[in-house]
Design a protein. Structure first.
Lengths: 296, 427
């Protein structure tokens, strides 16, 4: 909606390299903690129902920030506000991306993705009838589209499109390798087993080269071994320079990999601390973790 | 046991057939020579039909038992051989299409039929971009066909522009109307989208009927200039500045028909080429992704608005080309030619062919338009036979003749994707 923000976001695909994370508009020096995302006084109402109530928190660059809470706490609503599927009733969401600040609460849905936020869905949303590789190429649509010269040049075969596509396939191959899907590359996404579909969704989101990856219950329905592999993958993604925002119910995953945990209950933030502090927090235990689950 | 079952089924079938055929066939009002209406009865015809229906059911049940035909989107036994033959079939069909005017025994009738079939092949391929690839159900496609036809007729009348200048203009104007339709329907899905596109098709037709000062209303526009061969007109005079005279040929009315045939073949192949190319481009992939899951597209940063509009515009543009061709072939157009049934036929071709499949649509157009002509000998039963054939095909192959999807890119070998996985689009 805001044209200036939109322009900031344009063409970031060319500029976003993992090493290059200096942000011109960020006043602070690139010290240990630098926020990637700040949510300020965010409220989301559906009619009379307040799903998210005055929530503020920041996610640091190169951190895995987890959002936990009981069912109906407003976690997915918060996610939908950050990724542009809902427009918040009040409050501000700012992405401190590699291309400067973007006010996510004012951007159109597809511009948020271009600004550097990628997401996965609680109920997997793949392009089922397309192959795994095609899924990953669709994710690189904007970069490829820029190389086709409005599509006309590529139809006539007059552009730098073939080179761009080779590069896109290489990027796809890299993420297929990282998610152990390389040998399934030419199979339709809908034919993959459940765990592989979850991994493919993460690979697809990473192919947009995001600054912030938002994962909505990535471990749901995975067995313990797959959960461990997922934790490794997420650490690998974070170490590659991408910050992660994570909704998860599987406490072994959350406690194992999170750098910081935000706890929601009935739409309000009740805690925001490092995992060890969350484990000991009496309100969190009462609301969510439950008595006697300490040893988990 | 089975005999008794068959007997009972035959009796039921006979009753149903009697219910249908007694009012529809046995009783008929006719006009007597003196102009009065009278009721003609054809009891024997109805009795024959009812007996045939019952007998057919009897034999069927006796032979196969009461087996219900199973709908399947899985690859049928003939699809794999067909795919292998498909590598042969495509060049074969193309070869026949290119050589048709020179195959011995091809007369005026065959060429005219060829032109008609190719027009629908082109329309089917054009609509396939919107319905098959982008998954947007468009029931008003004939509107763009009409815009193209009237664009050519009006431009040629008002400014005396030649066919070759009007053709791209007609395409651009139709594409422009495609975008105009696209804007209001961007937020609509499924049934709602279908209704609005249907209404759009009717609006265009009603405007054409009522704007008498511009379009001559229901009387239509006649005297539309016929196409020339790069400035050389086709006529029988044999002068040096006509086609026949320039090339030193015996003047023949067939020249123009052959020229029209190659013109529509070229236009159809252009549509095909652009569709195939675009499908392997980011834009085409985005269309297919949109058909599969719109929300996921948005999360990946794809601008849904422009992606949908390009699909509407491109589909409409090819409809406009076909319309301009229709106008120049007929020399006369009226709103009568652009009724809803045309949209329905084109959509039926796309659905019957298998949404998204180029060769499937070509085959479906051949079956639907060509088959319709073949059944002409059946006179009034033509619609019945034709309708029955459609029902049988759609019962057995609900996803069309070619239901599988070919991937646009592969690391290794391209494997066809079963139709049961491929989305149909939600609007």
């Amino acid at each position: 909606m805001s044209p200036s923000d939109g322009r900031n976001a344009e063409g970031r695909g060319e500029l976003n390299r993992p090493g290059q994370t200096t942000s011109p508009s960020d006043g602070r020096s690139a010290a240990v903690s630098r926020p990637i995302l700040s949510v300020e006084e965010l409220t989301m109402r559906f009619g009379g129902l307040v799903a998210v109530d005055d929530v503020s928190f920041t996610a640091e660059t190169n951190d895995i920030t987890a959002i936990i809470g009981p069912n109906g706490a407003g976690k997915t609503t918060l996610f939908n506000c950050i990724t542009g599927f809902y427009r918040p009733s009040a409050g501000a969401i700012t992405l401190h991306g590699p291309l400067g600040e973007a006010a996510l609460h004012r951007l159109a849905g597809h511009r948020i993705a271009r600004a550097g936020v990628a997401r996965t869905f609680q109920n997997i949303r793949l392009f089922q009838g397309m192959t795994v590789l095609e899924n990953l190429l669709v994710a690189q649509h904007n970069r490829l589209m820029a190389a086709t010269g409005l599509g006309i040049g590529a139809v006539l075969g007059l552009s730098r499109y073939p080179a761009a596509e080779r590069e896109a396939i290489e990027r796809a191959r890299h993420w297929l390798d990282a998610t152990a899907l390389l040998e399934r590359a030419d199979d339709p996404a809908g034919a993959l087993p459940y765990g592989a579909q979850r991994r493919l969704e993460i690979a697809r989101a990473m192919c947009t080269e995001p600054a912030l990856l938002c994962l909505d219950e990535p471990a749901a329905g995975l067995n313990p071994r797959e959960s461990d592999e997922l934790s490794m993958l997420l650490r690998q993604i974070r170490d590659g320079g991408c910050s992660i925002l994570l909704i998860e119910h599987d406490m072994s995953v959350v406690m194992g990999i999170s750098d910081r945990i935000v706890v929601l209950d009935h739409g309000r933030k009740i805690a925001d601390a490092v995992p060890s502090a969350i484990r000991a927090d009496a309100r969190v235990i009462a609301a969510y973790l439950g008595e006697g689950d300490e040893g988990e | 046991m089975r005999f008794r079952l068959a007997l009972r089924d035959a009796a039921v079938t006979g009753l149903v057939a009697a219910g249908l055929f007694l009012p529809m066939v046995a009783l008929r009002t006719d006009v007597a020579p003196n102009g009065a209406l009278f009721l003609r009865t054809r009891w024997s015809d109805a009795a024959i039909l009812i007996t045939l229906a019952a007998l057919a059911r009897f034999v069927l049940v006796l032979w196969l038992g009461r087996r219900i035909p199973v709908a399947s989107t899985a690859s049928p036994w003939w699809e794999e051989p067909l795919r292998r033959a498909g590598k042969l079939l495509t060049p074969l069909l193309l070869g026949v299409a290119v050589m048709l005017p020179f195959i011995p025994g091809t007369g005026r009738y065959e060429l005219d039929l060829g032109v008609l079939v190719l027009t629908y092949v082109m329309l089917g391929w054009g609509l396939n971009i919107v319905v098959g690839l982008a998954g947007l159900l468009d029931l008003g496609y004939v509107a763009f066909y009409a815009v193209g036809a009237y664009s050519y007729a009006l431009l040629a009348h008002a400014f005396g522009l030649s066919f070759w200048i009007c053709l791209p203009l007609a395409g651009i104007l139709a594409g422009f109307w495609g975008v105009l339709l696209g804007f209001p329907v961007l937020r609509l899905r499924g049934d709602y989208l279908a209704i609005v596109t249907l209404a759009f098709g009717e609006i265009i037709r009603v405007v054409l009927v009522n704007w008498v000062s511009l379009t001559n209303g229901p009387n239509g526009m006649s005297g539309i200039p016929r196409p020339s061969f790069f400035g050389l007109p086709f006529n029988m005079s044999g002068e040096p500045d006509t086609f026949a005279g320039f090339f030193g040929l015996e003047p023949s009315p067939l020249h123009r028909v052959i020229f029209l045939y190659y013109l529509i073949l070229g236009l159809a192949l252009l549509t095909n080429w652009v569709s195939i190319r675009l499908r392997r481009q980011p834009l085409g992939r985005a269309w297919e992704a949109l058909r599969e899951d719109e929300i996921a597209c948005r999360a990946l940063g794809i601008n849904i608005t422009t992606t949908k509009l390009t699909a509407f515009a491109l589909g409409a543009m090819f409809g406009g080309f076909a319309g301009a061709f229709f106008a120049t072939r007929q020399g006369f157009i009226s709103p009568e030619s652009f009724t809803f049934i045309e949209s329905a036929i084109i959509l039926a071709i796309v659905v019957l062919g298998g949404m998204g499949s180029q060769i499937g649509i070509a085959l479906a157009a051949l079956i639907m338009i060509g088959g319709f002509e073949v059944f002409r000998g059946l006179e009034e039963w033509r619609m019945l036979v034709f309708g029955a054939a459609m029902v049988v095909i759609m019962v057995l192959r609900p996803r069309g003749l070619v239901s599988s999807r070919t991937p646009t890119v592969a690391l290794g070998k391209r494997k066809a994707i079963s139709g049961s996985l491929v989305g149909e689009g939600h609007g």
